[in-house]
Design a protein around this ligand. Structure first.
Ligand code: PLP
Length: 396
């Protein structure tokens, strides 16, 4: 039976990791995989997370199953982080929450829920979007289509084109939005854009599905969810997939939540049973460990402060790398306009260079990036900025 299937090609980004490892160029720079790196290129464990892990180790006295919703304190903590203490939806009990295995698990459970609600729904994703959105959503059997988003001529969002598409959508449509720090482009919606999306959703009846995997890594913990909070106040129903992979550095622990805002507490109770049932049928329940750690951090003011400071330091470092890269590009006398690097947010930028140029950067200079020209800003450091800018000049 097993001869019926063929081997699949390796994931291109994972192929990039091994190509980088085998590269003997002493100046090589890895701007490929989307993980945060410090100045030395290391993805360390945040100190707040280390302290929470030590505390958890001392206090956990059983490994029995947790409830189907996950670590309740964790889910409540994430609801507060995303919606804010003043949220009417939270106060009214209109938000269900399920701990899921990472942002990916949350997106997938969200897609399965939508499929249960209506198998004819179409999920609209930005053009381009994070590559994994496509398999995560389409594996649930839902239709998937793209709406215009990125404008290569400005390095920003072509909101007019996006809005024109949104104007055509209705109750059978779901619009997947990146809460902040758009992956792969770094081009985010402005607050005015979010307001317009909310207006369209309320009027036409499409449902926003927000993926927020970088809260705190753009303009700050509160600032990064301004758009989501506006939607929450102005649209009755929406889904949110969160991830603690990047902002808590818990990648391998697989920590996320699916939050669903509904019209009333009654609907919320129904949805809570449905999402738990979907999880049960797939993997029973989420691993608990990472949720415990985040719960400890969010509910202890000292640890929370420490975490927020570390997170701010990561965001500030990425902003200064953006600035540094742009300055070095200017110093090289490159005429092409790369000022968008400074305007984009979070961990990624689309350089907008072609396939040949990407290949030459890799072969001749040992600079690795995704085939789309997406670079991981955190893969740069103060030593490599000039080298990357000089190499870029050589291939342009
Ligand atoms: C846009 C986006 N959404 C979701 C995720 C989910 O990540 P994870 O499943 O590791 O939490 C990522 C991770 O790279 C991402 O970039």
């Amino acid at each position: 039976m097993f001869d019926r299937l063929n081997a699949l090609p390796a994931d291109p980004l994972l192929g990039l990791i091994s190509a980088f490892q085998n590269d003997t160029n002493p100046n090589k720079v890895d701007l490929g995989v989307g993980v945060y790196r410090d100045e030395t290129g290391h993805t360390s464990i945040m100190t707040a997370v280390q302290k929470a892990a030590a505390r958890h180790m001392e206090t956990e006295d059983s490994k029995t199953y947790i409830g189907p919703g996950g670590v309740i304190g964790f889910v409540e903590g994430i609801k507060q982080l995303v919606f804010g203490a003043e949220s009417a939806a939270l106060k009214d009990g209109r938000v269900s929450g399920l701990q899921c295995p990472g942002g990916c698990g949350s997106l997938r459970i969200g897609a399965e829920l939508l499929k249960r609600l209506n198998s004819d729904l179409t999920v609209w994703v930005s053009d381009p979007t994070w590559a994994n959105h496509i398999p995560l959503i389409s594996s649930s059997g839902l239709n998937i289509k793209t709406y215009p988003y990125f404008d290569p001529s400005t390095g920003g969002v072509n909101f007019e084109a996006m809005d024109t598409k949104l104007a055509e959508l209705g109750p059978n449509d779901i619009v997947l939005l990146h809460g902040c720090c758009h992956n792969p482009t770094g081009a985010d919606l402005s607050f005015e854009n979010w307001q317009r999306v909310a207006e369209r959703a309320a009027k036409q009846g499409f449902i926003p599905f927000i993926d927020i995997a970088y809260q705190g890594l753009g303009d700050g913990l509160e600032e990064d969810v301004k758009g989501i909070r506006y939607l929450s106040e102005n649209v009755e129903e929406m889904l949110i997939a969160t991830s603690c992979s990047k902002n808590f550095g818990l990648y391998r622990e697989r920590v996320g939540t699916l939050l669903v805002q509904t019209k009333n507490a009654e609907h919320t109770n129904v949805i809570q049973t449905q999402v738990q049932d979907i999880a049960r049928a797939n993997y029973s329940m989420s691993p608990a460990y990472g949720g415990f750690l985040v719960d400890i951090i969010l509910s202890d003011s000292e640890l929370r402060n420490e975490w927020e400071n570390e997170l701010n330091a990561m965001a500030t470092r990425m902003k200064s790398l953006r600035n540094g890269l742009y300055e070095n590009i200017q110093q090289q006398g490159i005429e092409q306009d790369f000022s968008f690097i400074n305007r984009q947010k979070g961990m990624f930028s689309y350089l907008g260079i072609n396939g040949d140029q990407i290949q030459r950067l890799r072969d001749e200079f040992g600079i690795y990036m995704a085939g789309s020209s997406r670079i991981n800003i955190a893969g740069l450091n103060s030593q490599s900025l000039e080298y990357v800018a000089k190499s870029l000049k050589s291939v342009l």
